[in-house]
Design a protein around this ligand. Structure first.
Ligand SMILES: C[S@@+](CC[C@H](N)C(=O)[O-])C[C@H]1O[C@@H](n2cnc3c(N)ncnc32)[C@H](O)[C@@H]1O
Length: 494
């Protein structure tokens, strides 16, 4: 009962991007079977299903489905050897269309692409090379696709050269697998060589690089493999975006947990020490060096707990904005995570979210920072902008009253106060890329702080007035408060 409700909710949220070829018309297996004799043996007809289906646990069936989908709907020739990761086309297309939305959103300036030509970097393109093939054929984008394994490079190149109409747009780049990036502290040398099978470490301590992120929290789970972006992106290169479907898992056992599908996948493709959390943390590390050489840095994230962790890492390294989306396919959810270091663009008027209740989590707080400190920071944040506030220590709330001018003051000054260290002009832009037109007289809201578990607090805001003009103002101010608190409490020392 609970399960079916949950499933229904997911289905209601919508599982497929509206621009996706398959959003209105799911693949027609009967038609494909009639057109492609090689696909026929895999198609099952049963009175239990309204439409013909395939055995999702059969690698040969899922690979043949991908081949015919790419051929029939995308005019692409494609193949992978046995056991390599087999992509699901509708699902991978969702990521491409989300990137398309990000690139056309104008939240950050388009400083990179020339003459409307979009150039992307696919980290770990795999033997299947699926993202460059889809991005080039659907949208005319150019790509560099990187990978570490010989088999991925060989087959990605084959998949590119068997499609001469787009081959010029895709470069496959081998990452030197013997050029392991140094490991940040956490792993014992012994564990390192066992887990990665690539790192040749004597029993001596490895010299540690000074990195802007503090990874102590994920002890023993750090990425110690070959370079990811730094050392692979060339000195003179700029990209509109990078994308990545990272090795999600820490072990092959974990990778094999879903017996309901067979998409293949070798250990090199699916597993890395520390799993996706460590791999994406390395992308974040690299992005702090490469900054404006990419308009958007993005990655797929497989676990919600990792998504939360990575978002708080991002605010800690001074990004100007973070965007997320949920990709739902069947019963599986994945998340898209995007960030940028470019200054936000000032815009005139875009509708704002009109919410009366908002909340966010502050995670990874140090021991000395409890609910009371955060509450005090909330009060001084608003007092600093001249708003009238009352702190109630027994209910752990701050009641705030703001006039139109007070709100203006927050929007005009906030970025100067909280983001002194980043290259960001004060604008009226919110993290959602919207701007505010105040048409209310006074705003009353309550901020409450709740302890969840040690080191994690929930901050809630509730609007006391009920008109929608106020709720637009409240949404923006609450987002500004969130940025300020994250900046104050979630930034780790360099
Ligand atoms: C989960 S697979 C994704 C393959 C393909 N992009 C897809 O979506 O199906 C992850 C890929 O990352 C590659 N990989 C692992 N470490 C890498 C690194 N440091 N740089 C580039 N690729 C890497 C693996 O060899 C593997 O092909």
């Amino acid at each position: 009962m609970g399960g079916s409700k949950k499933r229904k909710r997911k289905e209601e949220r919508g599982s497929i991007h509206p621009k996706n070829k398959y959003s209105e018309n799911p693949p027609d297996f009967a038609l494909l079977a009639s057109l492609y004799p090689s696909f026929q043996p895999f198609v099952q007809y049963s009175h239990r299903h309204a439409h013909p289906t395939i055995h999702w646990t059969d690698f040969n069936a899922t690979r043949e489905l991908t081949r015919v989908l790419l051929h029939h709907y995308h005019a692409l020739n494609w193949w992978i050897p046995d056991g390599q990761l087999c992509p699901t086309v509708p699902n991978r297309s969702n990521y491409i269309h989300w990137l398309e939305d990000l690139l056309s959103s104008d939240i950050i300036p388009n400083t990179i692409s020339t003459a409307g030509k979009v150039r992307g970097f696919d980290i770990g393109t795999g033997a299947n090379c699926i993202y460059p093939l889809l991005g080039a054929s659907l949208l005319g984008w150019s790509f560099v696709g990187s990978d570490v394994t010989e088999v991925a490079i060989e087959w990605a190149e084959r998949n590119v050269s068997s499609n001469p109409h787009i081959a010029e747009r895709i470069e496959i780049r081998k990452v030197q697998s013997d050029a392991n990036t140094p490991c940040v502290e956490g792993l014992h040398a012994e564990e390192e060589s066992v887990h990665s099978g690539k790192i040749d470490i004597d029993n001596e301590a490895v010299p540690l690089p000074s990195l802007p992120l503090d990874l102590h929290v994920c002890e023993n789970k750090n990425y110690c493999g070959p370079p990811v972006l730094l050392g692979v992106v060339k000195d003179d290169e700029k990209f509109d975006f990078c994308m990545c479907n990272p090795p999600f898992f820490e072990s092959l056992e974990e990778a094999g947990l879903n017996p309901k599908t067979s998409c293949g996948g070798t250990s090199e493709e699916m597993v890395c020490p520390g799993g996706e959390r460590a791999f994406i943390t390395r992308i974040i590390e690299d992005s702090t060096e490469l900054k404006h050489r990419f308009r958007w840095f993005t990655s797929m994230v497989g676990r919600k707990t990792n998504l939360k962790y990575l978002i708080s890492r991002l605010w800690g390294v001074g990004v100007t904005l973070v965007k997320t989306t949920e990709f739902v396919q069947g019963r599986t959810s994945r998340w898209g995570l995007a960030w940028s270091f470019l200054p936000l663009v000032q815009k005139s008027s875009i509708p704002l979210p009109e919410k009366k209740n908002m909340s966010f989590m502050l995670e990874g707080l140090q021991r000395q920072h409890g609910a009371f400190n955060v509450l005090e920071a909330v009060k001084s944040y608003f007092s600093l902008h001249g708003l009238s506030c009352t702190l109630n220590t027994s209910s752990f709330t701050v009641d705030v009253m703001a006039s139109k001018n007070d709100c203006d003051s927050i929007l005009k000054n906030e970025l100067l106060i909280t983001h002194k260290s980043i290259d960001c002009q004060p604008t009226r832009e919110t993290s959602n890329g919207s701007s505010l037109d105040f048409s209310f007289g006074r705003l009353c809201f309550r901020i409450s702080v709740f302890q969840q578990i040690p080191g994690t607090l929930l901050v809630k805001g509730s609007l006391q007035d009920r008109n929608s003009a106020s709720s637009a103002g409240f949404s923006v101010i609450f987002q500004k408060l969130e940025e300020a608190l994250r900046n104050k409490f979630c930034t780790k020392p360099v």
